[in-house]
Design a protein around this ligand. Structure first.
Ligand SMILES: C[S@@+](CC[C@H](N)C(=O)[O-])C[C@H]1O[C@@H](n2cnc3c(N)ncnc32)[C@H](O)[C@@H]1O
Length: 339
């Protein structure tokens, strides 16, 4: 899945930094508390660490259950594969996704929205209604609900008429829009450990957990995540939110992250590190992030010994008064050994 700030492409750098400084993570308790798509948590799960994940978005929680918490399919009245084929065989219904996110459904509304083909949107509605009903009558457990929702999230990303995020839909149809929506099963990773998943604001969770390694991958810039992934959030919650504007976003005032605000990011990060009951802390960041990484390292040195690791990562073009310059942006890992 394409995700802003995903670490999929720099897993080697993260792994090398941790093995150079900490050693083997086998058997260690590793927390990834801005888990997003869980790429980093998965890296350490494969090395038999015991994992704790968290993210304040529910669609990430669904991915956490599928990729991290489950070592095998959860107990349920309907076995996993049977549930998936039942959901894949459902007839579509005219629900929230059809009415709000398709050209046909919005044809008489103030805003015309083109996120999905009508058939796929109807299918999403039918699946969401069925999942909610199964959860309500306890045909499926909560873990099974989120595991199936994770397959729905993945399936939605493959048929969305967007460029990857849900900040906007495409004006011209992408071929993806016409692929039929299909839920696929997850292949479980069994690390033989009891792993935990949370869907909380990190500042509410940090005092409640402890372990060996804490990995923090906060947002780098002012872009709040909820408006970019609102459709995936609504697919998991299916709560018919009071969406607004041409993009049909869910309200997200309650979810404004301090890590996306220039004046709040640094104190928020220092606060988390101070309160963390972990000795070895790694922060992924970027040299062009909204926190000045040198200031961050200075502030962290009050809490522990700090080392910075750099990886030349990407370049971006900036347009300086008509002159195109290419700037090197470095991906960094800040390692704090807490005193
Ligand atoms: C840079 S992304 C993490 C990407 C992840 N490492 C991956 O590879 O997919 C940052 C994540 O932090 C989450 N987030 C932002 N503020 C948060 C907060 N206050 N509490 C918990 N999660 C938060 C966002 O939802 C987003 O998924």
């Amino acid at each position: 899945m394409r995700y802003i700030g995903s670490k999929t492409r720099i897993l080697d750098f993260i792994n090398d930094t941790v093995s150079q400084t900490y050693g083997s993570v086998n058997g260690a308790v590793v927390a990834d508390l801005f888990a997003g798509t869980c790429s980093v948590a998965e890296l350490f799960k494969k090395q038999n660490a015991q994992i704790i994940t968290n993210d304040y978005l529910h669609f990430s929680y669904a991915l956490q259950i599928a990729k991290i918490k489950c070592n095998e399919e959860p107990q349920s009245k309907i076995p996993y594969c049977e549930a998936l084929s039942y959901l894949n065989g459902l007839d579509g219904v005219d629900g929230f996704f059809f009415k709000e996110y398709t050209l046909e459904g919005t044809s008489t509304s103030q805003y015309s929205r083109n996120y999905f083909d009508s058939e796929n949107a109807r299918k999403i509605d039918a699946i969401c209604v069925q999942l909610a009903s199964w959860l309500r009558d306890k045909t499926i457990s909560e873990d099974m609900f989120y595991l199936l929702s994770a397959s729905l999230v993945d399936a939605i990303t493959k048929v969305s008429n967007t460029s990857g995020t849900y900040g906007a839909f495409l004006k011209i149809d992408d071929q993806r829009k016409y692929k039929p929506l299909k839920l696929l099963p997850y292949q479980f990773i069994d690390n033989g450990q009891v792993n935990e998943a949370y869907c909380m604001d990190i500042s509410e969770l940090i005092d409640k957990i402890s372990g060996d390694i804490l990995y923090l991958d906060p947002p780098y810039n002012g872009r709040q995540y909820p408006p970019y992934y609102h459709i995936l959030e609504t697919a998991v919650l299916y709560d018919e939110p009071a969406i607004y504007g041409i993009t049909g976003r869910r309200p997200y005032q309650e979810l404004l992250s301090p890590f996306c605000m220039k004046d709040k990011a640094l104190p928020a990060m220092i606060n988390i590190v101070q309160r963390a009951k972990f000795k070895d802390i790694y922060i992924s960041y970027s040299t062009d992030g909204i926190m000045d990484y040198k200031e961050l390292c200075d502030a962290l040195s009050v809490v522990g010994d700090v080392k910075c690791f750099f990886k030349p990562y990407r370049r971006y073009k900036s347009n300086n008064g008509g002159e195109n310059t290419t700037t090197k942006v470095k991906e960094i890992m800040i390692y704090v050994k807490k005193r």
